[in-house]
Design a protein around this ligand. Structure first.
Ligand SMILES: Nc1ncnc2c1ncn2[C@@H]1O[C@H](COP(=O)(O)OP(=O)(O)O)[C@@H](O)[C@H]1O
Ligand SMILES: [Mg+2]
Length: 245
């Protein structure tokens, strides 16, 4: 799995990553030279103002968006060297993603939502496995419910079960509690950290919540498409100031 035995511990490595997109008003520099290294098993929160490029950086790490320049290496794989099909397979096997909007398929039950990616991954025990994952997030009694019949918290628990079911090495979470009330969000986060710890999953978590960011081993701050150095005097100040938006 690792292409570079000298750097096995790096789960995520971004080197001078740039992303420019064309927009109506001309070219926009969304990521402007990102360097980031995350060790296997590490938990890292990503904070920064709205529009600073956090979600875009996560899309690049997930291989859902190709950078304009720079290198992205996940679990030793240089994503730039992978064609679309190989990239999709790599993503399916190595990366779990949880979004603010739960992104469940509305015409499928909770069980089917979790089982389908397992089936795609060739797991013969997809449905048994999916049921076990849903039980692990406390939804053993909701297997046959459709997303529309589940509360927001239950939907996000289903999304967590789906993300963890394939045992990804890397979990990317983009404001996973953004659509939930504080108490429900707190339960989701506790669950996410419990699953992460049990499986040693590397976690990258985008959040506006300073208390939540502080639960991760390390915090990186994005401002205007760049990572603000942790040693930067502004870092502590801006972080202490809390959510920027
Ligand atoms: N597809 C796109 N085309 C043009 N601009 C985009 C696109 N996606 C995001 N942006 C812009 O890139 C910047 C960063 O967006 P985003 O990564 O979503 O920030 P964040 O997650 O930190 O709020 C924003 O200014 C946003 O408007
Ligand atoms: Mg975002």
């Amino acid at each position: 799995m690792f292409d570079d035995p000298g750097d096995e511990a790096a789960m995520v490595r971004l080197e001078d990553v740039h992303l420019k997109l064309a927009s109506a008003g001309g070219e926009v520099n969304i990521l402007r030279g990102i360097d980031l290294s995350v060790r296997a098993g590490e938990t890292v929160s990503v904070v920064g103002p709205s529009g600073s490029g956090k979600s875009t950086m996560m899309m690049v790490i997930a291989g859902l968006e190709r950078p304009t320049a720079g290198r992205v290496t996940i679990a030793g794989r240089a994503l730039g060297a992978l064609g679309e099909d190989d990239l999709a397979l790599f993503r399916r096997d190595a990366i779990g993603i949880v979004f603010q909007a739960f992104h469940l398929i509305p015409t499928m039950t909770a069980l089917e939502n979790v089982a389908v990616p397992l089936e795609f991954a060739g797991r013969r025990d997809a449905f048994a496995r999916a049921a076990a994952e849903l039980k692990a997030v406390g939804l053993g009694h909701r297997l046959d419910h459709y997303p529309g019949q589940l509360s927001g918290g239950e939907q996000q628990r289903t999304a967590l079960a789906r993300a963890f079911a394939v045992e990804p090495r890397l979990l990317l979470a983009d404001e996973p509690t953004g659509n939930l009330d504080g108490e429900t969000g707190g339960h989701i986060i506790d669950l996410m950290f419990a699953l992460q710890a049990r499986r040693g999953t590397t976690l990258l978590l985008i959040t506006h919540d300073p208390a939540l960011a502080a639960r991760c081993g390390r915090t990186v701050k994005l401002v205007d498409g760049r990572i603000l150095d942790e040693s930067d005097a502004d870092f502590a100040v801006t972080r202490a100031a809390g959510a920027d938006d």
